[in-house]
Design a protein around this ligand. Structure first.
Ligand code: KIV
Ligand code: ZN
Length: 528
């Protein structure tokens, strides 16, 4: 990516699909990643870090699909500083409109000594070799000295200078373990800007983790010192306490333009829909009081505040909810709404559905509207999201079930599933509660014993007749998979969510049988 001509324009580098996706409970399948990538492009991010291609064949496939299908943003693939990683990343991003390879290597003394077992000079050399190899494959190369915030300043400056000379076009300074505080982090950026020859040819970038709750503050401090790329994730998801939250840093720059004088290319009206979409896709809800996108972010409870708001909104409101895409009126559609109105709402909520998917959402919407008089955005999101998640070519689909539960009686469930070959198979089981019984009956049919590691149910909107959402995370052969489903019946939602993950495991087994794994990373895949 060329150095932006406007010196006050900040490049927004989104790493939700890489650093964010690595965090527990946030993994996404290919369809979900593509849908998120489309939403990020619509949001106006400048760079999408689509994944870490060498980490697994699935990661490679999703980076490649995003590179091929998403137009607008630069598409980056992550690589360690070794030829296999770099070549794999180059292959994955090569069909992008604007590809980028992001290479990284740890530079701090702790990492050099205990993780890499390399001397400082060996690290510097390896970094240079990595950048050169990446430059041979791609004109846009970002380099990150991992754990930069804990690296000796002089050595950091030396490595940075050598990789700039080797051809890096963006230099990212990660606070990998969230150790920095704003004045300290700002001083690192200032030092590099003053001391490193040729640094002005590159974009200086910041990448902060939130272990001390300072990721956004640190990022802003670095931008004040002249960094012009900020790396961040939607809802701040990421390893441990997460990464810099995109919505927070963007709204801080916008709301305090008087102070920072910086702009981004983000269409802020998409912030809330994208945040909701990520929460739906990953099953990880944002906390109620989360800045910008939390349920309470624009709710005024105190009487004095409400009184002030009624007189003049700016007394207690520094941002307008509509500017981040939160509509003041929540109630949107009812049973008389047509397909066109539904389509508009689904699009406003940030979904890209095919006509066929939209028809199915419309059908489900009409069924729901017959049972439930008020349909909220959250209901529509849940129905739309259901379509995106439902895999094609599933091995098993639910035909029907019955379950019995009650005080003093044993709980049992009977299930009928249709196999891909068209046959319907039935079985029954008893269990501790209707959901346990249902899952056991499904396991008896599929013959797959997966271990459920997390199970949640919640109501999608506020009424007693609201849609219920079930979200299940399972573990099988050392891999975790999460799925969610909605229905007015939480037992049915649970069965559908469970079947979705069972199908993923079953399809993975089929794929693994057909296709040998063609790439195995040689080192441990990093988690930050
Ligand atoms: O936190 C970190 O250091 C990273 C790098 C790979 C950029 O995520
Ligand atoms: Zn990171």
């Amino acid at each position: 990516m060329p150095v932006p001509t406007d010196p006050n324009r900040v490049i927004v580098f989104d790493t939700t699909l890489r650093d964010g996706e690595q965090s527990p409970g946030c993994s996404m399948n290919l369809g979900e990643k593509l849908e998120m990538a489309r939403a990020l492009a619509d949001l106006g991010v400048d760079v999408i870090e689509a994944g870490f291609p060498i980490a697994s064949p699935g990661d490679f496939e999703s980076v490649q699909a995003i590179a091929r299908q998403i137009r607008g943003p630069v598409i980056a693939g992550l690589a360690r500083c070794n030829p296999a990683d770099i070549d794999r990343a180059a292959d994955a991003v090569k069909d992008a409109e604007r590809p980028r390879i992001h290479v990284f290597l740890a530079t701090s003394a702790i990492h050099r000594e205990f993780k890499l077992r390399m001397t400082a000079e060996e690290v510097a050399k390896r970094a240079v070799e990595g950048v050169k190899r990446a430059r041979d494959r791609c004109a846009d190369v970002e380099f990150s000295p991992e754990d930069a915030a804990r690296t000796e300043l002089d050595f950091l400056a030396e490595v940075v200078e050598r990789v700039v000379e080797a051809g890096a076009t963006t230099l990212n300074i990660p606070d990998t373990v969230g150790y920095a505080v704003p004045t300290h982090y700002a001083a690192i950026i200032r030092h590099l800007k003053q001391k490193v020859r040729g640094i002005d040819k590159c974009v200086l970038s910041v990448h902060c983790h939130n272990d001390l709750g300072l990721a956004v503050a640190n990022s802003l401090a670095a931008l004040q010192e002249g960094a012009r790329q900020v790396e961040c994730t939607i809802n701040g998801i990421g390893e441990r306490a997460g990464n810099t939250a995109l919505e927070e840093v963007v709204m801080a720059l916008r709301t305090r333009h008087d102070f920072y004088g910086l702009t981004t290319g983000i269409n802020t009206k998409h912030l809330y829909p994208v945040s909701r979409k990520l929460a739906l896709v990953t099953g990880t809800q944002v906390q109620r009081n989360k800045a910008i996108v939390g349920q309470n972010a624009f709710a005024h409870e105190a009487g004095i505040h409400q009184d002030g708001m009624l007189k003049e909104r700016s007394t207690y409101e520094i941002m307008r909810p509509e500017d981040v895409g939160i509509s003041r009126t929540e109630l949107v559609l009812g049973k008389h709404s047509g397909r066109h109105a539904l389509k508009q709402r689904v699009t406003d909520l940030g979904f890209h559905l095919t006509d066929e998917q939209l028809n199915r959402v419309f059908e489900e919407f009409k069924n729901l509207a017959d049972k439930k008089k008020e349909i909220y955005d959250a209901d529509i999101e849940a129905l739309a999201e259901n379509q995106l998640q439902t895999g094609t070519g599933n091995l098993w689909t639910l035909v029907g079930f019955t379950s019995t539960a009650g005080t003093g009686s044993q709980t049992s469930a009977a299930v009928a599933l249709r196999h891909l070959d068209g046959t319907v198979r039935r079985d029954a089981a008893i269990g501790n509660g209707p959901i346990d019984a249902l899952i056991k009956a499904i396991d008896r049919i599929t013959g797959l014993a997966v271990k459920a590691v997390d199970y949640r149910v919640r109501s999608v909107s506020q009424d007693m007749d609201a849609l219920g959402e079930a979200s299940i995370e399972i573990e099988h052969a050392g891999k975790r998979s999460r799925a969610r489903a909605v229905s007015q019946d939480v037992v049915e939602a649970s069965a559908l969510a469970y079947l979705e993950v069972v199908n993923r495991v079953a399809m993975r087994q089929v794929r693994d049988r057909l296709k040998p794994t063609d790439h195995v990373p040689t080192e441990v895949v990093p988690s930050s």
